[in-house]
Design a protein around this ligand. Structure first.
Ligand code: URA
Ligand code: CA
Length: 433
């Protein structure tokens, strides 16, 4: 087989066979196929698209390019949740103990990653003593015993995706539905999930800003998941404004604690129940989505959800007393209020700008070697649709620096205050299965 023939076949709009896709991914991973040929193929895929069958083959070829996590020693249907990313998305931190409290096994592998705030692992490490370095035997035992454990990323998962994503980044081929969908799904499948709930974000703070694009991506991922034998459901949710109130690491842990007690921000609470009920349903722990939701609401109200969080933290060496006393979490030296300059209704909060404001404070990393400040971040006091009077606090800044002029500037750029009636966005646009 010759790579040049595969490229010309795709360029002409024909579908590639499983053998051809395997040849490409194996050859590219081991270095036999050079970047320039792979770039040409990525561009041909960008313009000619791929059939569902090709997308499944591409995903599985990337899964098989590296290690695959074996969760077969863990009892039950392992359901993973994946978010396409956004600002202040605390859902993983909440959903892990929440669905575990109703018996769903959560075997979560989580990275640190780049972004406006840290990843789930960073957030959890704002709890004194919490460790994510677990060997696989301990990890499996913890999930069997407590139904929940989180381990840091290890092993060589989907090296083909790593290499191809890097290439796409510099060849203007990131924004291709078959390539994005196979990239995300290959990582989920390699991590050992039996079933997958996807939270596909849409709006100004999302990877896909238009609803129709988000829907197409969601559809593509659900088809790949189901085609690869993993029951998959996608929820399309709003990321036009940040989710919840808190954006920052320790601040989001505090917000997760409130939400597990049923006292979280309305949007975050609702999205966790929506995603969580799909997870419970896929894990076979409820016969209907409605029944699943009732179980989760009960776990919040009865205190089982917060108790599960305590058990989970303590089992991984963390100081679980922070859950009843969040003042033990890292706190910043200074707080500043950003005040409304006029009366009106909040018409928009551009999520991306808020995320940048949080990263200026040091809440996230822009390169792998950056050190995160777990204490800093933002708390939104007003969200879209709320009435404000001049002088009201829009946002509280938690900072370890006295000079926050640039952060304040970003926050003002993000907020729009209107004199007119404002229509708020839906939180959940669609559920695709
Ligand atoms: N996230 C991924 O993991 N892969 C993509 O291709 C795009 C976003
Ligand atoms: Ca949040």
């Amino acid at each position: 087989m010759r790579m040049v023939d595969v490229i010309s076949k795709k360029r002409n709009g024909e579908a590639l066979s499983k053998e051809e896709i395997d040849f490409v991914i194996k050859g590219y991973t081991n270095g036999d196929i050079p970047d320039y040929q792979m770039s040409a193929l990525a561009m041909a895929i960008y313009f000619q698209d791929m059939t569902t069958e090709e997308r499944v083959h591409l995903t599985m070829a990337m899964v098989e390019s590296g290690d695959q996590i074996d969760l077969s020693d863990i009892e039950g249907i392992k359901v993973d949740k994946h978010s396409t990313g956004g600002v202040g998305d605390t859902t993983t931190l909440i959903l892990a103990p929440l669905v575990a409290a109703v018996g769903v096994p959560v075997a979560k592998m989580s990275g640190r990653g780049l972004g406006h705030t840290g990843g789930t692992v960073d957030k959890l490490e704002s709890i004194e003593g919490f460790k994510v370095e677990l060997d696989s035997k301990t990890f499996n035992e913890l999930v069997n015993k407590n139904k929940v454990a989180v381990v840091g990323q290890s092993g060589n998962l989907t090296p083909a995706d790593k290499k191809l994503y890097g290439l796409r980044d510099v060849t203007a081929t990131v924004n291709s539905i078959p390539l994005i969908a196979s990239s995300i799904m290959s990582k989920k499948i390699a991590s050992g999930a039996d079933a997958i709930v996807l939270d596909v974000k849409t709006g100004s703070g999302a990877f896909m800003q238009e609803l129709e694009d988000s829907r197409a991506l969601a559809q593509a991922m659900v088809e790949i998941g189901n085609g690869a034998g993993r029951n998959t459901i996608a929820v399309i949710s709003d990321m036009d404004q940040p989710l919840g109130f808190a954006i920052g690491n320790a601040l989001e842990v505090k917000e997760a604690i409130d939400t597990l007690r049923g006292q979280g921000p309305a949007d975050l609470h609702e999205l966790c129940l929506t995603l969580g009920s799909q997870m419970v349903y896929l894990a076979g722990k409820a016969d209907t989505i409605e029944a699943a939701r009732e179980k989760l609401e009960h776990a919040m109200e009865s205190g089982e959800a917060i108790e599960k969080f305590k058990t989970f933290i303590a089992s991984q060496g963390g100081d679980a007393s922070v859950i009843d006393d969040p003042s033990k979490l890292p706190t910043a030296n200074y707080t500043f209020e950003v005040e409304a300059k006029e009366d009106g209704v909040i018409a928009a909060i551009v999520a991306d700008e808020i995320g940048i404001a949080a990263s200026i404070l040091g809440a996230g990393r822009s390169t792998k070697d950056d050190v995160i400040d777990l204490a800093v971040g933002l708390v939104l006091n007003k969200k879209v649709g709320e009435q404000v009077t001049k002088g009201d606090s829009l946002v509280t800044i938690h900072s370890n620096r006295e000079d926050v002029a640039e952060v304040i500037e970003k926050i003002y750029q993000s907020y729009t205050i209107s004199k007119e009636v404002v229509e708020t966005n839906q939180l959940v646009y669609d559920i695709i299965r």
